[in-house]
Design a protein around this ligand. Structure first.
Ligand code: F6R
Length: 244
């Protein structure tokens, strides 16, 4: 894994946007797996701007959503569905045949997971863009998730339930998530993890300096041969000098 520290959220987002852009440019049929949340939002906006400016051909690539809150409608502005539509698919005019998102309202969650697994096993993920939760989760791979997990629905950790309220205009009950699994993320050709701000500083310290363990899933990125942990100075502020 490579650790890259930038001045601020703008700079780290510009660097991440370039990596996404180059991935599609170099492999027009790339399979891209995108997280939602605050960390990658600006990177996506900058990627969209650059893709439009430079007329990047996106007609051959395919997008999958990393995860979704089970039971939350796609119209809800806190859903991952809404976010990816709003920040990526709509502005880039991506046809619905070019993306697949978990259906959070599906009665049969196993079937939802099977569909996602099939897609990933056919192509393999070229680039996964993820954030890191306050409990070290990646997607909804909560602490203690099996390292060999494929797509699965999971009970959400207390921290995820509490922190997750920030995405919703009105309070919601979120108890379960559905997510691409750790094995699939660790097998992605490139794994990009973004974090910014002082509130992520203690989390990043653990990601970089604690033992690699599923108890803090984000530490697993250190085993990825093409993993990039892209953070800003604030998120890096608790790292020991040697780690930097
Ligand atoms: C969202 C997701 C989550 C977030 C994580 C960090 O799709 O997969 O794992 O990436 O909770 O969220 P932010 O970026 O809002 O701090």
């Amino acid at each position: 894994m490579e650790l890259k520290i930038y001045k601020d959220h703008n700079e780290l987002s510009a660097a991440a946007a370039d990596i996404i852009f180059d991935c599609v440019k170099n492999k027009p049929e790339a399979l891209l797996c995108f997280a939602t949340g605050d960390s990658p939002k600006l990177a996506y906006q900058l990627f969209v701007e650059k893709a439009i400016e430079e007329s990047l051909d996106l007609t051959g690539c395919f997008f999958i959503g990393l995860d979704e809150w089970v039971g939350i409608s796609p119209d809800n502005t806190g859903s991952c569905h809404w976010y990816l539509n709003e920040y990526i698919f709509k502005p880039l005019n991506i046809d619905s045949s070019q993306f697949h998102l978990f259906n959070a309202l599906a009665k049969n969650e196993e079937e939802e997971c099977r569909k996602m697994n099939k897609l990933i096993s056919t192509n393999g993920i070229d680039l996964a863009v993820v954030g890191v939760g306050m409990n070290g989760h990646i997607g909804f791979n909560e602490p203690g998730t099996d390292i060999h997990s494929l797509a699965h629905a999971a009970e959400l950790d207390e921290i995820t339930r509490t922190v997750g309220q920030k995405y919703f205009e009105n309070e919601v009950t979120i108890t379960k998530g559905i997510t691409v699994g750790l094995k699939q993320l660790l097998e992605a050709e490139t794994l990009l993890m973004l974090a910014n701000g002082t509130k992520k500083a203690p989390v990043i310290k653990k990601v970089v300096e604690e033992d690699i363990s599923v108890n803090f899933p984000a530490t697993l990125i250190r085993q990825h041969k093409n993993g990039f942990l892209i953070i800003d100075n604030e998120a890096a502020s608790e790292l020991t000098t040697e780690a930097k």
